[in-house]
Design a protein around this ligand. Structure first.
Ligand code: ADP
Length: 186
């Protein structure tokens, strides 16, 4: 059973919704760096204070900070001998992907599948504008899409060349998209 995977795709593609459902259905750890960072902001931790302004601008939080969060979760899970995980919103640039590879090598684990969720910019913008999160105003959204294209989209090629990438069309109902993703899994 496919149990170590990550979701890639632009903001607004629906990664969070699909990741949450799939992780629950398969008993995987759902690790969303966006959710974890927002929780730190809400709790007012030092880490949250560092991340808050960066997130509000739609920029990427520093690699070291995000990596520390991911590392501790994956190590914790490996220590209790639990199985799978689903990464959502991480990695977001090539440096993070390289660091993830090193971390997984240390843990003796491997990514089994990368699911790319594809959607037109016009649809993304409409979805994000209707979501109403504090970093969801039009200027910030446009900037997040730009950051995605410049920093995250290179991961499509990175994982395609590693033979791990499968793409799904992210337009349709939540159930339709879930069906397309499930069809890719063992
Ligand atoms: P979206 O998918 O809509 O962009 P996320 O919840 O994944 O939303 O991320 C929200 C914000 O959190 C990002 O714009 C960024 O500032 C920060 N963030 C999340 N994950 C990462 C990451 N892996 N590296 C750097 N910053 C991140």
């Amino acid at each position: 059973m496919t149990s170590r995977l990550l979701f890639l795709g632009p903001p607004g593609a629906g990664k969070g919704t699909q990741a949450q459902q799939l992780a629950a259905a398969r008993g995987l750890l759902h690790l969303s760096t966006g959710d974890l960072l927002r929780a730190e902001v809400a709790a007012g931790t030092a880490l949250g204070l560092e991340a808050e302004a960066v997130m509000a601008r739609g920029e990427l939080v520093s690699d070291s900070l995000v990596l520390a969060i991911v590392r501790s979760r994956l190590e914790q899970q490996a220590a209790v001998g639990a199985g799978g995980w689903l990464l959502d919103g991480f990695p977001r640039n090539v440096a993070q992907a390289d660091a993830l590879k090193t971390l997984l090598d240390d843990l003796g684990q491997q990514i089994e599948l990368v699911v790319l969720m594809e959607l037109d910019d016009g649809v993304l913008l409409q979805r994000l504008l209707s979501r109403g999160r504090t970093d969801d105003n039009e200027a910030v959204i446009r900037h997040r899409l730009e950051v995605y294209r410049e920093q995250t989209a290179p991961l499509i090629r990175y994982y395609r060349e590693a033979g791990l990438l499968q793409a799904v069309e992210a337009d349709g109902t939540v159930e339709e998209i879930a069906g397309r993703i499930t069809a890719l899994l063992d």
